[in-house]
Design a protein around this ligand. Structure first.
Ligand SMILES: Cc1ncc(COP(=O)(O)O)c(C=O)c1O
Length: 373
């Protein structure tokens, strides 16, 4: 058995695709974090988390269906529902667990899930676990989706499942058209807002910004909200259904008090400072403009996530290494996270970046030879 694992690792190494855990060096100009609003170090979150630990301890100590249900959980759920414009919300251990639990609960053997080809791994896994038939449409291509919706037999229910903001390209799903198609073809629309919550729609996400209400919205506390944990927002019947059927909710310990309290503080901050996301997006537009001016393409980004496609995995690693030597932390993203031949540097702009920070990174990129312009 060891041989088999060793062979697979050797193969990954040869292809420049081996992943390695590295201690993150301090003191770098950080462009690889999902802490888009820099809330993870905000005093309100730290104080809220510390206070919750002192009052409630370090763990919920059981599934919420046993003895792990705290008033903190329910308060945060009401606030998340309000922020996303939905009737109710339910917390999960993480965004990954939310996606797997939700798709496994709502979809089954007779159903068909229509999924964007670039959906996040957790949506892919949730769809697989559900045993529904999965039909993938070309990324963002609603004409292709429409053809598939018209031409696919289904004895059960149909779902359209998409990220709202794609995590490796920074582009947005055509949510209005997906909403229209879901209504026309009688599908449930499931939208993963992991990278959009806190940033778009005054914090509520892209569905809020676009004025649409999916059947199920998935979010995370772990990115712009600076804490840890996942959630779904939906109507109260689906919430009750998930409490009874989502295995990653039922058979898992409730979120720890510190994460919930920090999440509450983050929601509070985002709602009381509704222009934070807009400021971040303006900053990201400036960064994309600077790169474009130097001849680099950041397509198709239209958000705080800015990819610089390099091509081969090894080359992307080399560019990330060069940036690190210049004091810039930006990760190389390689297949299978992104399609073969599109390994890239994924820059994520955060609210704390100054114009000088953005300029420093762009100069560092421009100083590295061999990146296509
Ligand atoms: C689109 C998307 N959905 C879900 C997740 C998972 O969220 P979490 O980090 O809370 O598990 C991620 C995280 O990378 C993501 O990018």
């Amino acid at each position: 058995m060891a041989d088999r694992y060793g062979r697979i690792l050797g193969d990954l190494r040869t292809k420049g695709l081996l992943r390695r855990l590295e201690l993150h060096p301090g003191g770098m100009l950080e462009f690889s974090s999902n802490d888009y609003l820099n809330l993870s170090t905000h005093p309100d979150l730290k104080n809220a988390a510390a206070g919750a630990v002192m009052r409630n301890g370090c763990s919920a100590s059981a599934s919420r269906l046993m003895s792990g249900n705290l008033s903190l959980h329910e308060e945060l759920e009401r606030e998340l529902a309000d922020m996303t414009g939905m009737e109710s919300a339910l917390l999960f251990g993480s965004g990954f667990l939310a996606n797997v639990g939700v798709l496994n609960a709502v979809a089954g053997r007779d159903d068909v899930i229509f999924a964007d080809r670039l959906n996040h791994a957790s949506l892919v896994d949730g769809a697989l676990v559900s045993r529904a038939r999965v039909v993938r449409y070309t990324h963002g291509d609603t004409e292709h989706l429409e053809e598939l919706l018209s031409g696919t037999e289904c004895r059960g229910r149909r779902f359209i499942v998409t990220d709202s903001l794609f995590s490796m390209d920074g582009d947005r799903a055509p949510l209005k058209k997906l909403d229209e198609l879901s209504k026309r073809f009688g599908c449930d629309l499931v939208v993963d807002e992991a990278h959009a919550v806190g940033v778009f729609g005054e914090g509520g996400g892209l569905c809020v910004e676009q004025g649409i209400r999916p059947r199920i919205l998935v979010g995370t506390l772990s990115k712009a909200l600076g804490s840890y944990g996942g959630f779904i927002a939906c109507d109260s019947v689906i919430r009750e259904f998930l409490v009874n059927r989502a295995r990653t909710f039922i058979y898992s310990t409730g979120l720890p008090p510190a994460s919930v309290a920090a999440g509450k503080a983050a929601v509070n901050l985002v709602r009381s400072h509704p222009s934070m996301g807009k400021k971040l997006l303006e900053k990201a537009a400036v960064f994309r403009g600077m790169l474009k001016k130097r001849g680099f393409s950041t397509d198709p980004s239209e958000s705080q996530i800015v990819p610089l496609v390099i091509g081969a995995g090894d080359d992307a690693l080399a560019v990330a290494g060069r940036l690190r030597r210049e004091g810039v932390s930006a990760v190389a993203i390689r297949p299978p996270t992104v399609p073969a031949g599109t390994a890239r540097i994924r820059f994520s702009v955060t609210l704390a970046h100054s114009r000088a920070d953005l300029e420093r990174v762009v100069s560092a990129v421009a100083g590295i030879g061999g990146i296509a312009r």
